[in-house]
Design a protein around this ligand. Structure first.
Ligand SMILES: O=C(O)CCC(=O)C(=O)O
Ligand SMILES: [Fe+2]
Length: 309
């Protein structure tokens, strides 16, 4: 029987660390590595590993804030959260803290910061405090979600774009438009790029049609077969490719749970040429137009900026 390295549970070939796959869809745990003392080719190797598995977990790291920031900087420019200002007591501006005791539980499926023109490339999470039971995080593989759709639905999604906003942070004025399907420039693979947390409206459809399609697609990405679920222990670092995954925290625990995240910026979502006009351009004005207000506001602002939306 010909077993490719893809099917092996543990992968060690060419790597100085042990990599254990956690689910067929995505996710791997890496041991035998100290993230605070990397050298040589370690960063490009980790980047490659991340692109392959989409989310990586490194138990037992217990990184300091400085080491986590230093590790993150190897991958690009770091920025704190644009809307949520809770930081660490030391006020590291690059570090963003979420504490369950102050409501910081990310229990809605999302890709980080997609209300920005250039969302984040990757996020690096340090699990500071976690409950003995519960508080797992799930990730979904958005390539698999796209590829799992029927060909006619894929064709439909290929021609659409969607408005994302920061409504969950009380900032629905912060918005942008991304394609519903984004393409990995390296592999050419397509991924479904809408989430229930940040995606508000399909641009080219009526509000009613958009509600139905978005509801279908944002539920579809949660199919268990596309996901991995990780049970944390304190001191674990988790890092994910934020371009082609979504994640969700199970709000099933009691007691405290605290994470600190650094966010690597610089993602560039390249929209394909528009296939259809935005819906409000072709719709007759009526009482229903109120559902188009936010989209119209954004399109006007984008036009005044002289750029594409
Ligand atoms: O708390 C977690 O496990 C993930 C929180 C989250 O959504 C994030 O850090 O982006
Ligand atoms: Fe998140």
């Amino acid at each position: 029987m010909n077993i490719s390295s893809e099917t092996l549970e543990t992968e060690t070939a060419d790597l100085p660390w042990t990599v254990k796959r956690l689910a067929p869809a995505l996710g791997a745990e890496v041991t035998g590595i100290d993230l605070a003392t990397l050298a040589g080719d370690d960063i490009p190797r980790l980047t490659q590993l991340l692109h392959k598995h989409m989310v990586l977990f490194f138990p037992g790291q217990f990184m300091s804030a400085e080491d986590q920031i230093g590790f993150g900087r190897h991958f690009g420019h770091l920025e704190g959260h644009p809307n949520l200002k809770e930081r660490t007591p030391e006020e590291h501006p690059e570090l963003f803290r979420l504490a369950a005791s102050s409501g910081g539980i990310a229990d809605e499926w999302h890709t980080d910061l997609t209300f920005l023109d250039r969302p984040s490339l990757m996020s690096i999470l340090n699990m500071k405090t976690c409950p003995a039971v519960g508080g797992d995080t799930m990730w979904s593989n958005l390539f698999a979600a796209y590829e799992g759709l029927s060909p006619p639905l894929r064709d439909l999604c290929d021609g659409l774009s969607a408005l994302h906003d920061a409504h969950p942070h009380g900032r629905e004025d912060r918005m942008t438009i991304h394609p519903v399907v984004r393409i990995d420039p390296d592999s050419g693979r397509k991924a479904l790029y809408v989430s229930e947390h940040f995606t508000r409206r399909i641009v080219e459809m009526s509000a009613q049609e958009s509600d139905h399609l978005l509801s279908y697609l944002t539920n579809w990405v949660k199919q268990p077969v596309f996901t991995v679920r990780y049970n944390w222990s304190a001191g674990t670092i988790g890092m994910w490719d934020n371009r082609f995954t979504q994640h969700y925290v199970l709000n099933d625990f009691t007691g405290e749970r605290v994470i600190e995240r650094v966010t690597v910026m610089g993602d560039q979502v390249n929209p394909p040429p528009a296939k259809y006009p935005p819906f409000p351009e072709s719709a007759k004005r009526s009482a229903m137009s109120r559902h188009d207000r936010q989209l119209v506001r954004h399109l006007r602002a984008a036009e005044e900026d002289g750029g594409a939306a």
